[in-house]
Design a protein around this ligand. Structure first.
Ligand code: GCU
Length: 635
């Protein structure tokens, strides 16, 4: 079998710079990011025969940066030249990559003038990277692409070449911030804030050259853990002073530091509840320490009781973020962003949009996505996620944040095709209005230009395919506890995690109605609350999220629930078999290393999809006793 390349060039192969690199280019402006643009252009010219012109010389491309910190730019034609007129150096870098994306088309004399600027000011990838290898979660929590590109053996890696390459890839998508450690902040990582800060500063130096600011996940109990105080009470003066002093030192080391990310009072992490305080008290304490600087506290809304009694039908995990946070609306300081997972449960394949996103008009909110495919096939399955993300109310948010999928794997993301999710999250943060399939097309054209047809065939509806063979109709979970890969229908049913489907001999689903259930449906504004409350109007794909229904309940599609389960599971697995065949027959034009890696992953996807199909179908057949109307094999 052929060896994978040392490091895959992802969406910035040298060939992507051909149109640019074969021309005369004039660059005007100054500063670190303008220097970055200059070196990108010089490298492209060295490969393709173009050159950087002197001031005043005629050029095919003029890259001109003004001096503001705005990231916007205009692109258009002036006489014989294509001109990128940027608001500032950051805009120039984004403008450069716009030219790269367009290729030859950027030099079309008929190019229409356009203005580009990011819809969301903060576009960040959160790394769940541990500095030490954690005994249970490994080096990258929920990481499916090898070790961390930042950390190794308890400290910063010596060779940071990959970090530079990563910064460059991210900048090309529009990402402007990165969090360098896991939201679960263990002891070693707590020290990054103080004695480990030099390592963070080194990373910040690398990212800075690509317009990306570094953030740090901090431990709410840091004043205690680092041995300085015996309390972390957010209203205690000594604690507030500690955070203020500590934050001052952070900015001495990293003047453009981006801010803190906090997971508090969640899944065992410390938080303000210990001191009888609430999340606004906790977040505002950090906000006060950060107030003198241009930086933010991102405070996660992922707070719920993970030690629930499964017998207790009154507790509903889906309600938790709303119940904790909606009452605090208006109490958060201006430099606090409450970071909300896109769905009310936990990054499932299909969830309704979190109602928190509609419930806090006086709070800055960021949406959190999971690019790492914890519940969507762990980068063994092809699953292009942007069709799911594009249904979210992103435009009105203060930020788009996403859990990174990257590791030290040669392809960056384990599955080479999983790179597309990483590419797309940056593009959608810049412009949430982009069509997800157009973004996919962009990624393919840059990364695998010869494979347009086959990759669209494999990827366009891959999220829907994954949904077909996994947990049905929005009910979620049904995964193997702990690692969350592969089917286990009752794996979470009698656990403390609050993730149940309540299947019995008569029916399945969670009653979250106001009339007879947990009331969750009523947390939405109208008309969504009414839409979800009624079985008749609840969208099929979310029916079991909101309702417990009999197996012979007829969906809006006209099929019964049980027959839908059988049909989708057979169809999903069959579709994966077709994807695999399609890929195998495309061997010719594909780099053998890429072909081999994708083929190996498709083998596993097919095995897993068949396992899902058989377990889910058999489970529901045994529960319901209702046979498949089409008489297919159920075990
Ligand atoms: C999920 C995931 C955890 C993670 C948590 C979070 O529950 O399984 O590994 O820590 O989300 O988002 O904080």
């Amino acid at each position: 079998m052929s060896q994978p390349p040392e490091v895959h060039s992802a969406w910035l192969p040298p060939s992507a710079f051909r149109a640019l690199g074969s021309r005369r280019i004039r660059i005007e402006g100054r500063g670190l990011l303008v220097d970055t643009v200059r070196s990108e252009v010089a490298q492209a010219c060295a490969s393709f025969g173009g050159r950087i012109c002197e001031p005043g010389e005629p050029a095919d491309l003029v890259l001109d940066a003004s001096v503001t910190s705005s990231e916007g730019f205009r692109i258009g034609r002036l006489g014989e030249s294509t001109v990128v007129a940027a608001d500032g150096p950051a805009g120039l870098l984004h403008g450069l990559f716009e030219v790269v994306r367009r290729g030859e088309a950027a030099f079309d004399p008929a190019l229409a003038e356009e203005r580009h600027e990011p819809a969301l000011p903060l576009r960040v990838l959160d790394h769940w990277d541990n500095v030490d290898v954690h005994p249970v979660m490994g080096q990258v929590e929920r990481g499916y692409s090898g070790g961390s590109i930042f950390w190794r053996n308890g400290r910063l890696r010596e060779d940071l070449t990959r970090v530079r390459g990563y910064a460059r890839l991210l900048a090309a998508t529009g990402i402007n911030a990165v969090t360098v450690n896991n939201v679960n902040v263990h002891t070693t990582e707590t020290h990054l804030l103080t004695d480990g800060l030099g390592q963070v500063a080194t990373l910040a130096g690398i990212f800075r050259a690509y317009g990306i600011r570094v953030h740090l996940s901090v431990n709410f109990a840091a004043p205690v853990i680092l041995g300085d105080l015996d309390t972390a009470d957010p209203l205690d003066d000594a604690v507030r002073q500690w955070w203020k002093r500590t934050t001052e030192r952070v900015f001495e080391a990293i003047p453009d530091f981006g801010g803190y990310l906090v997971k508090a009072d969640s899944e065992g992490q410390p938080g303000p509840f210990t001191y009888g305080r609430d999340h606004a008290d906790g977040a505002n304490m950090l906000a006060a320490a950060l107030a003198p600087y241009d930086a933010v506290v991102r405070w996660r809304a992922f707070v719920y009781n993970h030690r629930q009694d499964w017998r207790d039908r009154t507790t509903d995990r889906a309600r938790a973020a709303f119940d904790h946070f909606a009452p605090l609306d208006g109490r958060f300081d201006d430099n606090v962003i409450v970071q909300v997972k896109h769905g009310p449960m936990d990054f499932q394949t299909r969830e309704p949009v979190s109602p928190v996103l509609f419930a806090m008009p006086y709070t800055r909110l960021a949406v959190e996505l999971q690019v790492t495919q914890e519940y969507t096939g762990q980068q063994k399955h092809v699953c292009y996620l942007p069709p799911m993300w594009s249904s979210l109310p992103l435009r009105s948010a203060a930020g788009l944040t996403a859990v990174s999928s990257v590791g030290d794997d040669p392809f960056w993301t384990g599955h080479p095709l999983a790179q597309a999710n990483l590419y797309a999250v940056g593009r959608l943060g810049w412009n949430p209005g982009l069509d997800p399939l157009a973004v996919l097309d962009e990624w393919i054209s840059l990364t695998f230009p010869g494979l347009r047809e086959v990759l669209h065939d494999l990827m366009d509806d891959s999220w829907q395919t994954y949904e077909q063979y996994t947990a049905p109709l929005g009910v979620g979970f049904m995964v193997r506890p702990g690692h969350h890969y592969g089917p286990d229908v009752d794996g979470y049913e009698y656990t403390p995690w609050g993730t149940y489907h309540f299947a019995d001999r008569d029916g399945v689903g969670v009653d979250r109605t106001v009339a007879t259930g947990t009331g969750f449906a009523g947390l939405y504004p109208k008309p969504f609350s009414q839409l979800y409350e009624s079985r008749a109007t609840c969208p099929d794909e979310l029916l079991l999220f909101f309702h417990h229904v009999p197996y012979d309940h007829v969906l809006q599609s006209g099929t019964t629930v049980i027959q839908h389960i059988y049909d989708t599971h057979f169809a999903g697995a069959e579709r994966v078999a077709g994807m695999r065949e399609r890929w195998l027959s495309a061997a010719g034009p594909v780099d053998p290393a890429v072909h081999a890696r994708v083929a190996e992953r498709l083998d596993e996807q097919l095995r897993s999809a068949e396992e899902w199909r058989d377990q889910i179908n058999t489970y529901f057949y045994r529960k319901s006793g209702i046979p498949d109307a089409k008489g297919r094999t159920i075990h």
